[in-house]
Ligand binder design. Structure first.
Ligand code: FE
Length: 196
């Protein structure tokens, strides 16, 4: 049985954050543009950068990769990424013949410690329903046309399990440092709507 009970928490939290934001803006204590910039930073930079470090470590360290695929929560915690919405992580590995795509069909379950805040489209009803019914069509809309012989596996995140895609290491990256590799990894590749 899937558990999305946490859904009541974010909505309550969202309301409280909104109320706080309105108050701060009204009192002239914060600039709405600065808040937007802050959210943008968490969505695009800080969060996914953590996931990128996990992926890069798995690419350069086979023993780490093995631990990551066996017990992602513990392996991710080794790098210091723990906390809310990351307690039960599962990492799924892309291969040339297998592509993994992550969705939360019921709400917006997402691995915050490694990806930050979910993008708006991830929470949208069309993505949540269509990722399951027509994953190939959804991926094409993201600009990812996969050959017919590539199997697409769709993973439904819940409060119980949060998925992260381990993308394939790009060709030609053999001489890159772990840090350089981490910078290659995009949020969308770790959700599975893009390849590297
Ligand atoms: Fe959910």
């Amino acid at each position: 049985m899937e558990d999305h009970n946490h859904q009541t928490l974010p909505s309550d939290l969202t309301l409280r954050v909104k109320a706080l934001e309105s108050l701060l803006v009204e009192k002239g204590l914060v600039d709405p543009a600065a808040l937007d910039a802050l959210v943008d930073t968490y969505e695009h930079k800080i969060g996914p950068r953590n996931g990128g470090r996990v992926v890069a470590r798995a690419w350069v360290d086979p023993a780490y990769k093995k631990r990551l695929l066996q017990d992602a929560t513990a392996a991710i915690a080794e790098l210091g990424y723990t906390g809310a919405q990351g307690e039960h992580m599962v990492v799924v590995e892309n291969e040339s013949s297998v592509h993994n795509l992550v969705v939360c069909t019921l709400c917006s379950c997402y691995p915050w410690p490694v990806l930050g805040l979910p993008p708006v489209w991830y929470k949208s009803a069309p993505y949540r329903s269509r990722a399951v019914i027509d994953p190939r069509g959804v991926l094409a809309e993201f600009g990812l046309e996969l050959p017919q012989d590539v199997e697409i596996r769709v993973w439904d995140s819940t409060a119980e399990i949060r998925y992260l895609v381990l993308p394939e290491r790009p060709a030609g990256s053999e001489k890159m440092t772990e840090q350089e590799l981490a910078a290659l990894v995009t949020r969308d590749a770790m959700i599975g709507v893009a390849r590297l």
